[in-house]
Design a protein around this ligand. Structure first.
Ligand code: HEM
Length: 344
């Protein structure tokens, strides 16, 4: 309990130091500049105003398409949020996850349940009509996942843009993004390699307040935990019964937050403290002394603090390993699933 109070205090200090915008507003007019470079002498940086002049309808096109598609298929919201993590977590936020060729990240077995690619393609083709050759697939993915999160009741955060797309993508790199079987030390090492910290790990894991997992992902946890032929004892017994009933087949799915699966709230943390985490990587967060106090704080403080910190940590995640500036490797792809050279 003492630990929880201390962690709440720590979080409050962090939140006060990093205020989050609510809904983005117009950025105003900045005068007569007619190209992006003159606004940004340091053109290797992302900018909140990157598309103001070169594609003013950028945010609107993304928001409209995300709204249309997620109304028809609400499961696309969580899918997009996962997709951006799998992009940024492997060689940075460079749309490498979207390239679709033999040996690409997307073709790796670990990517087989990723979804949302068609929506990104649809946004890109609309974008090419209004602003041909100007908007990267990496920026589209970052904007679309933010809009999808917001539509599910999550926070809104202003994104800085100007990413370029990678020209290559390798399946072997996919191991850089954590699977459901790492321990907390492994997760922390991965997040540290992105330049993220323990708070980012706990708060971004809260993305599992929405969406689903395939039963295949948790079968060993349910039926053969550590080679025991039994169930992971850290799962609350009644919940374990429920999961075993739901997960008779590997191809079934189970909600990551069994109480409010379609709402972006702090219920995930409340579940974890009751032994109702679906992934072992989630449940581990309440056992480890480095992460448990933060889980407690988000469980006890209601959704607002979680959402505010989620926005702060997402804004960090979407800046990981970006390619920017004309002088650096990368391109603005014409089609998100193919590099412009056609080689990949
Ligand atoms: C901390 C390390 C993480 C691990 C080990 C992890 C692992 C997983 C796994 C195993 C699944 C289920 C996939 C399946 O069965 O098909 C999943 C789903 C999901 N993950 Fe994560 N994840 C992590 C972090 C994140 C982050 C940082 C985000 C976003 C910010 C995220 C967003 C999601 C979402 C939204 C889903 C549901 C997808 C859907 O319903 O289509 N995850 N994650």
């Amino acid at each position: 309990m003492k630990l929880a109070v201390v962690s709440v205090a720590v979080l409050l200090v962090i939140l006060i130091a990093c205020p989050v915008s609510t809904r983005a507003e117009g950025y105003g007019d900045d005068g007569d500049d007619d190209d992006t470079k003159s606004w940004f002498p340091l053109d290797n940086l992302l900018s909140l105003r990157y598309y103001d002049k070169i594609c003013p309808s950028f945010e609107k096109i993304v928001a409209t398409k995300v709204s249309e598609w997620t109304k028809t298929d609400p499961s696309l919201g969580p899918a997009l949020l996962r997709l951006v993590f799998h992009d940024c977590g492997v060689t940075g936020c460079d749309a490498s996850v979207l390239l679709d060729h033999e040996g690409s990240e997307r073709k790796s077995p670990a990517s087989k349940t990723l979804r949302g690619f068609e929506l990104i393609d649809a946004i890109k083709s609309e974008m090419e009509k209004s602003c041909p050759g100007k908007v990267s697939c990496a920026d589209i993915l970052v904007a679309a996942s933010r809009d999808a999160t917001y539509r599910l009741g999550g926070p809104y955060w202003p994104n800085a843009y100007g990413r370029r797309d990678s020209k290559t993508s390798y399946a072997r790199d996919v191991e850089k993004v954590p699977s459901g079987r790492r321990d907390v030390t492994g997760l922390l090492e991965t997040f540290q390699s992105y330049g993220l910290n323990v708070l980012d790990l706990v708060v971004l894991s809260g993305a599992h307040t929405i969406g689903k997992a395939y039963c295949e992902t948790i079968q060993s946890r349910l039926y053969n935990f550590n080679g025991s032929n039994g169930t992971d004892p850290s799962i609350e017994p009644k919940y374990a019964d429920y999961l075993r009933r739901k997960c008779r087949w590997a191809s079934e799915t189970v909600e990551l937050d069994n109480k409010t699966p379609t709402v972006f709230d702090n219920q995930y943390y409340i579940n974890l403290r009751k032994g109702e985490g679906v992934l072992s990587t989630d449940q581990e967060l309440v056992k480890d002394p480095r992460t448990a106090p933060l889980v407690a704080a988000f469980a006890l403080q209601g959704s607002l603090m979680f959402k505010q910190q989620f926005a702060v940590s997402m804004a960090k995640l979407v800046n990981v390993g970006v390619i920017t500036g004309e002088d650096r490797d990368g391109e603005i792809r014409k089609v998100c699933s193919k590099s412009n050279s056609g080689i990949y």
